[in-house]
Design a protein around this ligand. Sequence first.
Ligand SMILES: [Zn+2]
Ligand SMILES: [Zn+2]
Ligand SMILES: [Zn+2]
Length: 281
Amino acid sequence: MKVTILGSGTSHGIPVPGCGCPVCRSDDGRDKRMRASVYIEGSRGETAVIDTGPEFRIQALNAGIKKLDAVFLTHAHADHIHGLDDIRPFSIETPIPVYGNRRTIGEFRERFAYIFSKTQAGGGKPRIKARVVPRGQNIVLGGLVFSPVPLRHGALDIFGWKISENPPEGRNDSAFVYLTDASDIPGDSFRIIAEGGAPEVLVINGLRKRPHKTHFSFDEAFTAAFRIGAKRTYITHICHEHSHREIESLCREFAEKNGFPGAILPARDGLELEIPAKNAR
Ligand SMILES: [Zn+2]
Ligand SMILES: [Zn+2]
Ligand SMILES: [Zn+2]
């Protein structure tokens, strides 16, 4: 499968409107971050996005998205769902399923009430099928298997997603794991992630150096990443307190000090990751 980082920024994005800090004024293209999202393409042509933030339209254009089979939501905060209307062009022929936990789908239905109402005279709306995913239920999309990974985001229960390609029947081997907006990973979720071996790629949220109530700091993200032990780890949902270059150094320091076995780097918008199917048939 191929994963494209559509956005790697926190809820404000970077630059933050009205902010004159060095990161918001940076000339380094890697310091421009849209709201956090990833696009996934399976080798049989399956396509899905995790979260549809406010810049989804621009992200879809930048990534050259031509098709979208499914939307997987982590939670219903504005920076993760407010671009959902822009999936319209992809839903003309077939309604697109939107998956999330019960609370996320409930809030999503309130926020996008017009999609579910019979009348919206003259206005277009995306054709979708909202689907509640209980913990422990896998969603199969062609050769891709999506498993929810329960996370805590402050007081909120949200989902990360673990995706593998062509796993043996009844399994979901760890290949790509996307954990954003976590402030805690329950022990059982580490077990879900570890099933079938350490992931090839982990994308995990790290907001900034200073601690935050509802997001991992860099150190907390590094510690969780160390326990997960993916071959390649990328930090996402980054705020404007640190430049890409600075975060690269922090990652390097952590890896050297702790003997981190894999690669660890900050994510950047537009980054493309090839993830081989472990069990290619
Ligand atoms: Zn967020
Ligand atoms: Zn700033
Ligand atoms: Zn959030």
